[in-house]
Design a protein around this ligand. Structure first.
Ligand SMILES: *[C@@H]1O[C@H](CO)[C@@H](O)[C@H](O)[C@H]1NC(C)=O
Ligand SMILES: *[C@@H]1O[C@H](CO)[C@@H](O)[C@H](O)[C@H]1NC(C)=O
Ligand SMILES: *[C@@H]1O[C@H](CO)[C@@H](O)[C@H](O)[C@H]1NC(C)=O
Ligand SMILES: *[C@@H]1O[C@H](CO)[C@@H](O)[C@H](O)[C@H]1NC(C)=O
Length: 389
């Protein structure tokens, strides 16, 4: 046997060994669940920031199982809660639901619960379509009032079953204030989590919250850690907490992200979506691996170019550009000034210019700093310089 032949045979043997072992070594032990190949999306936002609209953009997509605010159940079940006390429970509820395991809801629902026990269940198109309900074909947009009438069912078996049939599970949360508690989900090899961080001009958020102030009573006291705050101050202190959380989340994800967070975070500004809804939604779909359909394109166009103003908490056709600018005429300058003070850092980081007078507020000048790829590092260096002085 010559040397060449020997080397060839040795290589061949090595290859056989590698292939043979590979089958066993790479084979997972039978007790770990196989990776489902699902994409998990968390729409992380705050109250009155366009998250219902963004939720619908996912909910109506034929490949998406969408659920709104599972954290609502946790916040409204636990006694004397604070944000910190609840966040791990919320995280674990989300993890289970992402994996289509609804048994976790048992702690937070009445004993004989039904589909209708889930918060805002009829806003989820997947719960109005087969296999959850025969009403709406999966490739059509659903009607919430009809679904509400026709699609309740006993227990949550149908919900679990439906969840398992979609490639994407999307949850929307406004009750989440940091990213760190999500790290185990981001590191979990059985999960593929993408985070859409949806923010809005704090002045517009304040105006919108004032429209329906009483509905935030309980949430506000949780955000403020049950501390006593004068009634006139509550809104500003809550806004401060919200703004701080936006800074915390964005800086964590953009400035020095841990490796498992890279490419999994996308900041979305409500105002950019209002100005060019189709472009922004296309970008968002692309980020999570969903395709646009002609039907969705029509639906998004109609929803964002309507004439109505629409009542709070309802998705109706409205003029999105118009709605996003309403604070400039509706809010007195004194309040604008105050919210600019408590949200100064967030506004500079996220690209919302402050106004220095009532005149400037009422004028039509554009207050949105265009989002460039280098915006964030630029803002942060500026801040570092400031703090060194
Ligand atoms: C669920 O549905 C059953 C039967 O329709 C009903 O008896 C029960 O009260 C419902 N549960 C809740 C929490 O509404
Ligand atoms: C929806 O799906 C059905 C059957 O799967 C098909 O016949 C119909 O053409 C689809 N409609 C649209 C608008 O894609
Ligand atoms: C929406 O509002 C903007 C600004 O207020 C205005 O320029 C536009 O014409 C409005 N569009 C519709 C369809 O009313
Ligand atoms: C919004 O649109 C309505 C008419 O469609 C108009 O009367 C109103 O002034 C607009 N508001 C803003 C803030 O542009």
């Amino acid at each position: 046997m010559n040397l060449k032949r020997l080397i060839f045979l040795l290589l061949l043997q090595g290859l056989v060994v590698v292939l043979f072992y590979g089958r066993y070594v790479h084979h997972k032990p039978p007790d770990t669940p196989p990776s489902t190949g699902k994409v998990h999306v968390l729409v992380l936002s705050s109250w009155r920031s366009g998250s219902s609209f963004m939720g619908q953009v996912f909910s109506q997509h034929p490949s998406v199982f969408y659920l709104m605010e599972p954290a609502w159940h946790v916040w409204f079940t636990v006694k004397s809660p604070t944000v910190r006390l609840l966040r791990m429970a919320v995280r674990d509820v989300m993890r289970s639901i992402f994996q289509c395991d609804f048994s976790v809801m048992d702690s937070y629902l009445p004993e004989q619960h039904n589909v209708s026990s889930l918060f805002m269940w009829s806003h989820s198109r997947a719960l109005c379509s087969p296999p959850a309900c025969p009403l709406t074909p999966r490739n059509q947009t659903s009607s919430q009032p009809q679904c509400f009438q026709k699609c309740d069912a006993r227990g949550l078996q149908k919900v679990e079953e439906a969840c398992g049939t979609y490639s994407h599970v999307v949850l929307k949360e406004v009750r989440f204030f940091e990213l760190e508690s999500l790290y185990p989900l981001l590191k979990d090899p059985n999960m593929d989590l993408r985070i859409i961080h949806l923010v809005r001009d704090p002045r517009a958020v304040l105006r919108s919250r004032e429209e329906s102030a009483s509905s935030f009573y309980k949430d506000s006291s949780i955000v403020l850690g049950q501390r006593k705050v004068a009634a006139a101050e509550v809104q500003y202190q809550v806004m401060q907490e919200i703004c701080r959380s936006h800074v915390r989340i964005n800086e964590r994800a953009v400035l020095k992200p841990p490796p498992f967070l890279k490419g999994r975070y996308k900041l979305v500004r409500y105002e950019d979506v209002a100005r060019s809804p189709l472009k922004e939604v296309n970008d968002i779909y692309e980020f999570v691996g969903l395709g646009m359909t002609p039907q969705l394109e029509d639906w998004i166009y109609t929803l964002t170019h309507g004439k109505g103003k629409g009542p709070a908490f309802q998705i109706t056709s409205r003029n999105a550009t118009n709605v996003s600018q309403a604070w400039r005429t509706m809010l007195p300058y004194s309040k604008v000034k105050r919210v600019q003070e408590v949200c100064e850092g967030a506004m500079s980081l996220l690209g919302y210019k402050t106004v220095k007078s009532e005149k400037e507020q009422r004028l039509g000048i554009d207050l949105l700093v265009p989002q460039g790829p280098y915006q964030f590092s630029w803002v942060s260096t500026k801040k570092e310089h400031k703090s060194k002085r």
